[in-house]
Design a protein around this ligand. Structure first.
Ligand code: APR
Length: 243
């Protein structure tokens, strides 16, 4: 982690008051939640089926039992705590410098850290609903127990409110995210491989001269960054913004 670059990040943060954060699974690895495509990511782990197959709409419909076995074992994490990245971003919002957190994560850790304006592009494991009548359920109803959770009202299947492969993102969340990014004075992008669309494409809506990219591995947007910092985002944000 280059000290100069972190100092520069700190200076830019001090100069700006319309900052937007765009992040992914790498933001939560320092909380003990594995990412997907990093060194020991979920997609590198062996399982009965390829995880990307299991996390698809058609697989959920065809094999909900297997889906739920994987979901409870790998995704329905409820004991993780926010790390210094989440806490720094929440503090930046409290200080009136950061206007929105746009996340691909479904773990709810930004909100747990105190962030108020969080746009969840891929949904959340903290919400669930009946596919038949739409009745809403909390995470405990689906995360605990075995088998496929059924609706108390209509016996329909309950599903987590996460975006599965083959499904589209919420149009309103996307539109608001694009508005925040296109109007941002500074965009901090962190802990994401920027490999999954349409989310990754949102970075292109930024038109300022302060796009900061903080990631452990290289991404296809590295050259587009005005400041590129390789390393752990929790450590870097904590050093750049002492909250
Ligand atoms: N600090 C900085 N970067 C990190 C850290 C860390 N502590 N830990 C991991 N990374 C980086 C990895 O190097 C990797 O490039 O974060 C990136 C995480 O990338 P992915 O695992 O691809 O996660 P993400 O970009 O969020 O994936 C996007 O794909 O699987 C789907 O729906 C899922 O939302 C997810 C989407």
């Amino acid at each position: 982690m280059s000290v100069d670059k972190t100092l520069m990040l700190g200076n830019w943060i001090n100069q700006c008051d319309n900052i937007v954060f765009f992040g992914g699974a790498g933001v939560s690895t320092e909380s003990g939640i594995p990412d997907f495509r990093g060194g020991d990511g979920l997609y590198r782990q062996q399982w009965d089926y390829p995880p990307e197959t299991i996390l698809s709409h058609s697989f959920f419909v065809k094999s909900p039992e297997v889906f739920y076995r994987y979901y409870r074992e790998k995704l329905a994490v409820d004991d993780a705590q926010p790390n210094s990245a989440h806490l720094a971003l929440a503090d930046l919002e409290r200080e009136g410098k950061l206007v929105a957190v746009i996340t691909q994560n479904i773990d709810g850790l930004h909100q747990a850290a105190g962030s108020k304006n969080v746009l969840e592009l891929h949904g959340s494991t903290k919400r669930a609903y009946c596919v038949k009548c739409g009745a809403e359920y909390g995470p405990d109803y689906i995360n605990k127990g075995d088998g496929v959770p059924m609706c108390r009202l209509c016996q329909g299947v309950i599903r987590p409110d996460v975006v599965l492969y083959e499904e589209s993102l919420d149009a309103d969340v996307m539109q608001r995210s694009i508005e925040y990014i296109s109007q941002a004075q500074m965009l901090i992008v962190g802990g994401t491989s920027l490999a999954v669309y349409p989310a990754a494409g949102m970075v292109n809506y930024y038109s300022g001269d302060k796009m900061v990219l903080i990631n452990k591995d290289a991404t296809q947007f590295d050259r587009a960054a005005n400041l590129l910092i390789k390393g752990k985002i929790g450590e870097i944000l904590a050093r750049a913004w002492k909250y």
